[in-house]
Design a protein around this ligand. Structure first.
Ligand SMILES: Nc1ncnc2c1ncn2[C@@H]1O[C@H](COP(=O)(O)OP(=O)(O)OP(=O)(O)O)[C@@H](O)[C@H]1O
Length: 374
């Protein structure tokens, strides 16, 4: 398995730039998720790495082998890349064993021990070897596709939204099986996804792409806890964004004086905390408080939508069965540090992640209308 290095990669279709100066290093044996909204260029980047398309400029290197750029273009079939497409792309006329060994030399295709080994690697029973793809579930088909990609021992495996067609339960199981198989094979992998939970749970590092540019490359925890900006913050989880004023490592906000992560210049800032950092307590003195406007109950946890004194609504994620009632006034504590984004020009108005003016709610489109306050 090789590392992958992409340097200053640029691609346009006609006059429309799709990738602009993308630099990315995927270490050997690691799984990197390429995360971004629809149309940001994820698949295009994967196709340039695979050799299905040529970049306009920049380079692609596998290990120390330049495969694209500087006038060089190694054909896709000679790059030693395994590819797992969105819906498996299994050959319908071949059995599972035929699919898994498709890319191997004729002699190795009859090696039943190898088929067993590969199916075992992806968590499938060897009894499935003689079935046709249509006799498998979607999740099983994706595992066979991975076994097929791993069979020739490629330098890197590229996975293009491999779980997107699976329903929720199957998706989780298949993710775990695929992650375990890639780790057991010691594979270098680049996984395209627009699902932040998938990226955060599976990857060693996450590359966030926006508008054809790489905006952050971090391990999952850093990405969630120290996002590069509020757009990235909103893309990888729910956000509570407050107006604040930073002094000496603390931010004064409607939720009190909050410790701020990292060195932030003094002055007005937008302050990010996550809903699970908000803890509801009995209202006390002049401490931060809000009124519960709505509750979403999920069983394992709940979400409370809280209206703050200035009219802004924020979301708190609550564990346990001891829940407030709608209409109740509650005290609010913030646990852990906040992240501050200095406001250029001075005004600390809270603008939404997409730049909208006015108070921000973490998930405005999913919030229910406020329930009646008793
Ligand atoms: N062959 C092509 N010709 C013209 N435009 C293209 C071509 N391929 C992709 N595009 C455009 O490039 C942009 C990026 O597409 P791409 O498929 O890389 O995005 P993506 O992030 O993978 O999106 P999705 O998550 O929806 O698959 C889109 O606007 C798309 O319409």
């Amino acid at each position: 398995m090789s590392s992958l290095t992409v340097t200053a990669l640029t691609k346009a279709f006609g006059s429309t730039p799709v990738l602009t100066g993308v630099d990315l290093h995927v270490p050997a044996g690691g799984l990197t998720a390429l995360l971004g909204p629809s149309g940001c260029g994820k698949t295009t980047l994967l196709r340039l790495v695979a050799g299905f398309d040529d970049p306009d400029s920049g380079s692609v290197t596998l290990g120390d082998r330049l495969v694209a750029g500087a006038g060089r273009g190694v054909p896709a079939r000679s790059r030693g890349i395994g590819f797992v497409p969105q819906e498996g792309g299994l050959f319908p006329h071949l059995t599972v064993a035929g699919n898994v060994t498709f890319g191997l030399a004729r002699q190795r295709r009859r090696d039943r021990g190898l088929v067993r080994e590969l199916l075992d690697l992806v968590g499938l029973d060897v009894d499935l070897a003689d079935r046709s793809p249509h006799q498998l579930s979607g999740g099983q088909q994706q595992r066979v596709a991975l076994a097929r990609a791993l069979a020739p021992e490629p330098s890197i495996v590229l996975l293009d939204e491999p779980f997107s067609s699976l329903d929720a339960g199957l998706r989780e199981d298949t993710r775990q099986a695929v992650g375990a198989a890639l780790a057991a094979a010691g594979a270098t992998a680049l996984l395209v996804t627009h699902d932040q939970a998938e990226a955060l749970s599976m990857a060693d590092q996450v590359a966030v792409l926006r508008g054809g540019r790489l905006v952050q490359l971090s391990d999952p925890r850093t990405l969630y806890q120290r996002p590069a900006d509020l757009d990235v913050a909103a893309f990888v989880g729910e956000s509570v964004v407050l107006a604040g004023d930073v002094r000496d490592g603390r931010a004064e906000s409607v939720l009190g004086s909050l410790a701020v992560t990292g060195a932030v210049p003094a002055g007005p800032a937008r302050i990010l905390v996550r809903p699970e950092q908000l803890r509801l307590v009995a209202p006390a003195g002049r401490g931060p408080r809000g009124r519960v406007r709505a509750l979403d109950y999920y069983g394992h946890d709940s979400r409370a939508h809280l209206e703050l004194p200035g009219g802004q609504t924020v979301t708190a994620r609550l564990e346990g069965a001891d829940l407030p009632s709608v209409g109740q006034e509650v005290g609010i504590e913030v646990v852990g540090a906040a992240v501050a984004f200095p406001v250029a020009g001075g005004a600390a108005d809270v603008a939404g992640p997409a730049g909208a003016a006015g108070p921000v709610d973490a998930e405005p489109t999913r919030r229910r209308p406020a329930e009646a306050i008793s």
